[in-house]
Design a protein around this ligand. Structure first.
Ligand SMILES: Cc1cc2nc3c(=O)[nH]c(=O)nc-3n(C[C@H](O)[C@H](O)[C@H](O)COP(=O)(O)OP(=O)(O)OC[C@H]3O[C@@H](n4cnc5c(N)ncnc54)[C@H](O)[C@@H]3O)c2cc1C
Length: 532
């Protein structure tokens, strides 16, 4: 028996809801085009939500990849002007420790100058005055224009802007599983919503593959080949912020050599481990140890500070040759594949690159789409500022406490005490978070706010927010409970490799609440027909 299937038509189907997919969606919309963005999990579920949040000045790549360094410098400058609400312009220090290669420190200013990056040399004592957490043993220091960026706000605002401009749609939890190809064109994309089993067919004029580390898998559905390597990296989140600036080790890129401020916390990373499948990416205890050991020689407090979470992401690195050797030697540049040599005329892939260079990647992809569709409008993302769109700002650390203090009376109880998210904020989020969803659930709210990001890692707020969603009729089906369980499972994935000291005690309390008290682990697994 044939089942009925919804059909959606659009000019452009964009596959992958990371920062590049969101950037392409906005670029196309600014040129007047309509697109549908399909994401198998949620916004920034891939590398865009598993990165360091460093808006590179380019200085990290001046030796290993000067072209990527210059791209980062130019794009970083543009983003600071056009999306300042997503950026904390902290500045950054590169510091050398005893034993680090002295010739690297000696060449660094010239290499930076060649890439157009302003690097200012300073005495170690001056660096110590700026950042007292640094080890007193440092032997050289430079100041560079690094910054910290909130990738969640960035993607959410770009998607919301595209919706406003041409009514573009974001379909979350929807995976592209197959293509129908006729006469060298993808005429239909078959999609599956994993949680409900709902099937959807999309009939696009053009298809853009921006599935990051999964782009090779998506290309294979169309019979095309993308040479990507999977390099996973693990990062650690401290319970408090240790430094005001980004701090980099002055040496060729290696493990555990960058500390980035993430609002109220600091983020230490990262490792680089080749994996066989991007779906196998998760932080390991060995990577946690390596990051701490390396980072602590630069910032001793990293040895004893409380860590609240580890997370990881997969870099989609383009294979330069055979794919052998150190993954850090692979280019950080990006590539656009038009797939015409493979006989496909309405399919393209853009992959590789950095969070910092996503806008340029989106521009190149949208240029090709516009040419193919005969749209003459130019790219505007170089000049049009990203508007601040209501509902997207709650990812910012410190935003909820400020709102709560300003309107305490009418804000109701705090549902998340670590990050001070009130009931009123949760109501605003559910009203205005720019997604089409019947049952939103706490997992989706966690992506769009600071819920679950504090030291309790969701132990209390997970229960309170879900109860509030049911109480206020925002959640009506079993999906609310399942979403809460997914949320806790995800938080646990990040706690497992850092469980010692205070965080261990915190976790045991969470386990007692979630399993001992409400038996959440007894909830049956969610097969599509169980979700009512
Ligand atoms: C550990 C680490 C640290 C990093 N640090 C930095 C940094 O500090 N600064 C910087 O500039 N860059 C950094 N990067 C690089 C940066 O994160 C990536 O270059 C960037 O996020 C890639 O974005 P993307 O949108 O291309 O891919 P992704 O963000 O991976 O998005 C791809 C999306 O496609 C979805 N998808 C896959 N298959 C399908 C399908 N069949 N149907 C529907 N959806 C699908 C996935 O769920 C995913 O959300 C880092 C990367 C890692 C891994």
């Amino acid at each position: 028996m044939k089942t009925q299937c919804d059909i959606l038509r659009t000019q452009v189907l964009v596959i992958g809801g990371g920062v590049t997919g969101a950037g392409i969606m906005r670029d196309l919309a600014l040129r007047g085009m309509h697109c549908v963005l399909v994401e198998k999990r949620d916004v920034n579920a891939g590398a865009s939500g598993g990165n360091h949040g460093l808006l590179h000045s380019g200085a990290r790549y001046v030796l290993s990849d000067p072209m990527a360094a210059a791209e980062c410098r130019e794009e970083g400058d543009l983003l600071k002007r056009l999306a300042p609400q997503c950026i904390e312009d902290t500045g950054g220090l590169f510091v050398a420790m005893p034993g680090d290669d002295e010739s690297y420190a000696a060449d660094f200013p010239n290499l930076c100058a060649k890439a157009g990056i302003a690097a200012k040399s300073m005495a170690p004592s001056e660096a110590l005055t700026l950042e007292s957490a640094l080890s007193g043993e440092l032997v050289a220091a430079f100041h560079v224009p690094d910054a910290s960026i909130d990738p969640f706000r960035l993607s959410l605002e770009m998607i919301a802007h595209a919706r406003e401009l041409t009514g573009c749609n974001l379909l979350r939890g929807m995976c592209v599983i197959n293509f129908e190809i006729f006469d060298g064109r993808i005429v239909r994309a078959h999609c599956l919503e994993a949680k409900t089993g709902r099937k959807l067919i999309i009939e696009p004029e053009q298809v853009v593959n921006v599935a990051g580390a999964w782009s090779g898998k998506v290309a294979a559905l169309a019979g095309a080949h993308i040479p990507v390597l999977y390099s996973s990296g693990t990062l650690l989140v401290t319970s408090e912020r240790i430094a005001r600036r980004v701090i980099n080790r002055l040496r060729p890129p290696a493990d555990g050599d960058i500390l980035v401020p993430g609002g109220t916390v600091s983020i230490l990373g990262t490792t680089s481990v080749r994996i066989a499948d991007p779906d196998m990416c998760r932080p390991s205890a060995a990577e946690v140890d390596l990051n701490i050991e390396q980072g602590a020689s630069m910032i001793p407090a990293l040895r004893s500070i409380r860590y609240i979470r580890a997370y990881s992401g997969v870099r989609p690195l383009l294979m330069a040759n055979t794919g052998a050797g150190d993954d850090r030697a692979q280019s950080r540049g990006f590539a656009l594949f038009n797939h015409e040599a493979e006989g496909l005329t309405n399919f393209l892939t853009v992959t590789g690159g950095k969070l910092t260079t996503f806008r340029l990647m989106a521009e190149k992809a949208a240029d090709l789409v516009a040419r193919r569709l005969g749209v003459g409008a130019p790219c505007l993302t170089r000049s049009v500022p990203l508007p601040e769109i209501g509902g997207c700002e709650w990812t910012g650390p410190g935003r909820s406490p400020r709102a709560w203090l300003a309107r305490k009376e009418e804000d109701g109880p705090l549902l998340c005490e670590c990050e001070m998210v009130s009931a009123h904020t949760v109501d605003e989020l559910t009203k205005d978070c720019h997604v089409d969803a019947e049952d939103l659930g706490i997992s989706a709210l966690g992506v769009r706010s600071r819920i679950g990001k504090g030291s309790c890692q969701g132990a209390f707020c997970g229960l309170r927010v879900t109860a509030h969603l049911y109480d206020t009729g925002k959640c009506a089906s079993r999906r609310g409970l399942l979403s809460m369980r997914d949320f806790f499972a995800n938080r646990f994935k990040g706690q497992r490799p850092i469980l010692w000291g205070a965080q261990m005690r915190q976790y045991e309390l969470a386990e007692a609440l979630h399993c001992g008290l409400i038996s959440l682990e007894m909830l049956p697994s969610h097969k599509p027909d169980e979700v009512r």
